[in-house]
Design a protein around this ligand. Sequence first.
Ligand code: SF4
Length: 385
Amino acid sequence: MSHDASALGHIRPWRHIERRKSRQIMVGPVAVGGGAPISVQSMTNTPTTDAAATIDQIRQLEEAGADIVRVSCPDEESTAAFRTIAREARVPLVADIHFHYKRGIEAAQAGAACLRINPGNIGSPDRVREVIQAAKDHGCSMRIGVNAGSLEKELLEKYGEPCPEAMVESALSHARILQDHDFHEFKISVKASDPFLTVAAYQQLAEAIDCPLHLGVTEAGPLRTGTIKSAIGMGSMLWAGIGDTIRVSLAADPVEEIKVGFDILKSLGLRHRGVNIIACPSCARQGFNVIETVGVLEERLAHISTPMSLSIIGCVVNGPGEALYTDVGFTGGGAGSGMVYLNGKIAHKLANAEMVETIVSMVEDKAAELDAARAAQTAALQAAE
Ligand code: SF4
């Protein structure tokens, strides 16, 4: 059993998050909503017409753990390249379409698992019908993406400015078009760059409709401030049980969006991937250089996808206590050595100079052990069926 603190949720009621009950839809093989794990998405920023570069970026996102990747299709050349990209991608792709109905049809035919398109922007009822038919024919779901920055003119006139009511009204009017065509495989996002507006809009939407919700604070900003804004905005919604799939929007490498997305979910105990490193900020009591060590370990352990925990603490003030609840732990001591913990128990003394290598191999061994235990459990469950 992993010592991941979030696994204690069932016996720690204050850790429990009651998730909003939503309908489930599929984005390719990935279930979204209806209690499915909250999926993490990002978006490529290579020219889609450069299929090789886009596939390369999708690989990086897949390696970082992306469940779903979105790719823009602004023109016909892009939807043509999308076919090659979709064939190579190991994760389902969402084609990002704006306005032009033909791009939507082409993307559905080219292997998109989902279309990000607002039916109210497509144009004539015939065009709307054609896009919806293409989605039905090719097993595509859709995402209605309402953005505070591009609300319909009538709604801005009615409400005076982008506000939660206007965003929800826009979302529901797009949804009605799909429902009128008996199309229910859709999710909705109502994003704004202001976390207050975003959260209020999602709260209202969550009450108004039962479809899965794609969360995001749009154009959140550069890596540090964008991460903080996203963690506050999405974190408060997820904590309240709202959200079925997330995309962190950063002006940074898309791989960072995936890492931040998982870190937000990990912090809330909603999803676990990789090593959750617990580390102290360090102070004059530290028995080794905590900050430098944690930086090295983070890099050296980036390949581990098994959910587990590691505590790296500078001294005995907090080290032994934290180590009790982690799979692997190290607490700094005096005279160039510290104490290693395994499964919450003291294992042995360890020289600081050997710490990184030893910890890396202990974490790798523990990950292999947890993977084997999980595989055996799955096999036993299957045999019992
Ligand atoms: S655990 Fe020790 S080294 Fe780390 S911040 Fe606290 S007192 Fe300082």
